[in-house]
Design a protein around this ligand. Structure first.
Ligand code: P61
Length: 461
């Protein structure tokens, strides 16, 4: 056994500019959360102390990215920055074509409309809210084919985003390959707790789908984080770089949708990437209807420049180790405190197991929504519901979907908060957990038709 002392790691950057955050009183928070209808999406960010609502568009850009913003070529057509983006997508992801969009869901919209026909089925490794909605709006039905372990918060499977090959093949045989326009495969799976898929599994999925001539559409929003877990956990990949692993993942897929607001370290942007020339022509034509010309698609030239640089920074080992390391730090603290969270700890956030923390509330009493509101009230930490409210209703029956996972997500923006912030968050979660039996449930008082979790309002039961 080595008697070497374990050494600490630290963030591979220093802080050059700061943004003050506001501290609030308990009374102010009480009023703010009531005014927000107990929905953390409806709080004003000014009333939030530590904002863990999302890691989407909330990252801190580097000095190189800010310098890139000054090199924006804001030409309507053929901006220099678009060609830099195209080069970055080819170099770091290996896809042949890129269609820029304003963010991820716009790419999902285009690909769903182009590939899905009425009555189709789209298998995927767990649903994501916007992805599934666009599949439904195009006439398709999403079918979850993730391994069962993904639905169990306690199960420590290292690759909980893996696809169950039996579930997938059974669906293909039952519905017929012509009813399955593609397999929807995400790296990492957000709703399962930021869990990765293994390259071993992806290769098997590729083999199976090639047998039936079914393409794979890759939601690559957090592909670098997934690659880091592969490097750390999958035998044979320990000596490969994050860049090499990312390229290998992408090479096993045909199309990719990207929300660059996560992995790629920008505040806005996305794209659709693909290899097929004919499909590219169609996508490039469609983007001009909904987004903008095919050489900007909803982004300013400066945004495309910051994105090209962000893509290169996202696969840097020191960056990704510190990013995932900070999430692990918070998760390990909470595990030590005995707080039930989804295991293994994921890459972009900690997911509190609200079903277990609030056993006195039924799923109809919206435990995760109630827990997120209680956490805000305690300390001004803003989190997000990822349970029955997020799962929405079955479009045919109109009934709530009841997901097995009823979670509150504490999402960590990249390069934004310090270890001290993580300590404050952990202490607040612990305090709320200790008094959880006092938390009351909530009921809907307003519910919009689409993606209801963003705008619904609630009252205390
Ligand atoms: C998030 F509450 N994610 O995690 P867009 N795929 C994946 C995502 O994580 C994702 C998109 C596609 C967000 C923002 C958000 O239910 C919600 O750029 C794996 O946001 O359009 C976005 O990319 C869509 C929050 C989205 C939500 C939907 O916080």
């Amino acid at each position: 056994m080595s008697n070497k002392k374990k050494r600490s790691w630290a963030e591979p950057y220093k802080i050059k500019m700061v943004e003050p955050v506001k501290m609030t009183t308990q009374e102010e928070r009480q009023k703010a959360i009531r005014d927000a209808g107990y929905n953390t999406f409806l709080l004003r960010s000014e009333d939030v102390y530590i904002d863990l609502l999302t890691d989407s568009g909330t990252s801190a850009m580097s000095d190189r990215q800010w310098a890139g913003m000054m090199l924006g070529d804001e030409a309507y057509a053929g901006s220099r920055n678009f060609y830099h983006l195209e080069d970055a997508v080819r170099e770091y992801y290996g896809y042949k074509h890129v269609v820029p969009t304003h963010q991820g869901r716009a790419a999902e919209h285009i690909i769903s409309q182009l590939m899905i026909k009425e009555g189709d089925f789209i298998p995927g490794n767990m649903y994501f809210t916007t992805t599934k909605l666009h599949q439904e709006l195009a006439g398709g039905t999403f079918v979850d084919v993730i391994i069962d372990e993904a639905h169990d918060p306690e199960n420590e499977h290292p690759f909980k985003a893996n696809i169950d090959l039996n579930k997938l093949e059974n669906l293909i045989k039952e519905k017929g390959a012509d009813k399955i326009p593609y397999v929807s495969m995400a790296t990492t799976v957000n709703m399962a707790g930021g869990q990765p898929i293994s390259l071993g599994n992806l290769k098997e999925v590729r083999e199976l789908t090639q047998k039936y001539d079914i393409p794979i559409v890759h939601d690559m929003t957090r592909v670098a984080e997934n690659a880091y877990f592969i490097q750390q956990r999958e035998p044979g990949y320990e000596n490969k770089s994050i860049k090499e692993i990312v390229i290998e993942i992408c090479s096993l897929t045909d199309v990719a949708t990207m929300s660059s607001k996560k992995d790629a370290l920008v505040n806005i942007g996305g794209f659709l990437a693909l290899n097929d020339d004919e499909l590219f022509d169609k996508a490039r034509n469609m983007v001009v209807i909904y987004e903008g010309l095919h050489t900007y698609g909803g982004m300013a030239g400066r945004d495309m420049e910051a994105l090209s640089i962000g893509i290169s920074e996202s696969v840097d080992y020191d960056h990704i180790r510190a990013r995932v390391g900070q999430v692990q730090y918070l998760g390990e603290k909470l595990i030590e405190m005995g707080v039930p969270i989804v295991k293994p700890i994921g890459s972009h956030g900690i997911f509190l197991n609200a079903k277990k923390i609030l056993p006195h509330l039924s799923q109809d009493q919206l435990p995760a929504q109630s827990l997120a509101a209680a956490l805000y009230l305690d300390s001004g930490v803003r989190a997000m519901e990822r349970g029955v409210v997020s799962a929405g209703r079955n479009p045919e029956t109109g009934e709530h979907n009841y997901p097995k996972l009823e979670l509150v997500r504490l999402t960590i923006p990249r390069r934004v908060y310090t270890q001290a912030h993580m300590d404050v968050v952990a202490e607040s979660v612990e305090a709320v957990y200790r008094n959880a039996n006092e938390i009351k449930g909530l009921k809907f008082v307003y519910e919009p038709e689409y993606l209801r979790f963003f705008q619904s309002r609630f009252e205390v039961l």
